[in-house]
Ligand binder design. Structure first.
Ligand SMILES: *[C@@H]1O[C@H](CO)[C@@H](O)[C@H](O)[C@H]1NC(C)=O
Length: 288
């Protein structure tokens, strides 16, 4: 008797827990059109999508749900050829002036010149935490998996399961970190030629339009935030909390070879003092 009641409570609690996750993913069911109308083209019963930018508009989608913590994966094949001026973005963002945001952006380039993968984190409305990388493959040739893994302790950004960036929660030393604002997931393709390619010097070449990027196998193992997300507290912690030794080794390798820009090393921009978390006395050794 007691044990069967226990097991039905146990079952119920599993069902309740699962109902607040979004597992798997479908472009039809999980997203709304954000801009660009028919330039958003969803196929394969919601399993794949292309975004197009032409002379009139780019395009993009936004998740129906707001999430508080989780792991988000997307397979992306970037605009081939002359993609200078294009920005393909995969990011989480909350609303409002003190918004939080976690960005993966791909800045296009002239044919044969490398794409730049740009990452940034906004917390409490303040960004400026860019880290930028070249990729060790041609991202226009095939689909690769790009991921944001976010929990209350840290944000990890991954390329094909290799972590390329970890931002730790340093609220204890006064550094804002996204822990309380639910965010929507965005996927967009737009004209960023005022700044994107060689700092804005190379413009979009519309003779190469339409620009088309491919997306598939969207996956969110994330907590859907209802009523402000109180029930999401601590989601995605546990065993995923830390990188294992193998992953740390891989990250160090990528970072030693492929980083183009790191805000923590930009002494010109921060001539009057590096951001708090970048100062020598506050640096954490992430290799341990
Ligand atoms: C584009 O290519 C140039 C030349 O190789 C490089 O300096 C730049 O970082 C590349 N990416 C962007 C987005 O400008």
């Amino acid at each position: 008797m007691a044990s069967s009641r226990f097991s039905s409570i146990f079952l119920l609690s599993i069902i309740l827990t699962i109902s607040k996750f979004a597992l798997g993913g479908n472009f039809y069911e999980d997203f709304d059109n954000l801009f660009g109308d028919v330039r958003v083209d969803i196929k394969d019963e919601g399993q794949s999508m292309t975004l197009t930018m032409d002379e009139y508009s780019g395009s993009g989608i936004v998740s129906k749900n707001e999430y508080l913590f989780g792991r988000f994966d997307m397979k992306i094949k970037l605009v081939p050829g002359n993609s200078a001026g294009t920005v393909t973005a995969f990011y989480l963002s909350s609303q409002g002036s003190n918004h939080d945001e976690i960005d993966i952006e791909f800045l296009g380039n002239l044919t044969g010149d490398p794409y730049l993968l740009s990452t940034n984190v906004y917390a409490d409305g303040v960004g400026g935490r860019e880290m930028q990388y070249y990729l060790w493959f041609d991202p226009t040739e095939d689909f690769h998996t790009y991921s944001i893994d976010w929990n209350p302790d840290r944000i990890i950004i991954l390329v094909d399961d290799i972590p390329i960036r970890v931002m730790l929660n340093r609220q204890t030393i006064g550094v804002p970190f996204p822990t309380s604002q639910p965010m929507r997931l965005y996927t967009t393709l737009w004209n960023g030629d005022s700044w994107a390619t060689r700092w804005g010097a190379v413009k979009l070449d519309l003779s190469n339009a339409p620009f088309i990027a491919g997306f598939k196998h969207f996956n969110a193992n994330a907590c859907i935030a209802k009523e402000g997300g109180a029930s999401c507290k601590g989601f995605n912690r546990g065993i995923f909390r830390d990188l294992d030794q193998e992953s740390k080794k891989k990250m160090r390798k990528v970072q030693s070879k492929w980083i183009v820009y790191d805000y923590c090393r930009d002494l010109r921009r921060y001539a009057h003092g590096l951001p708090f978390e970048c100062r020598k006395e506050n640096l954490l050794d992430q290799s341990k």
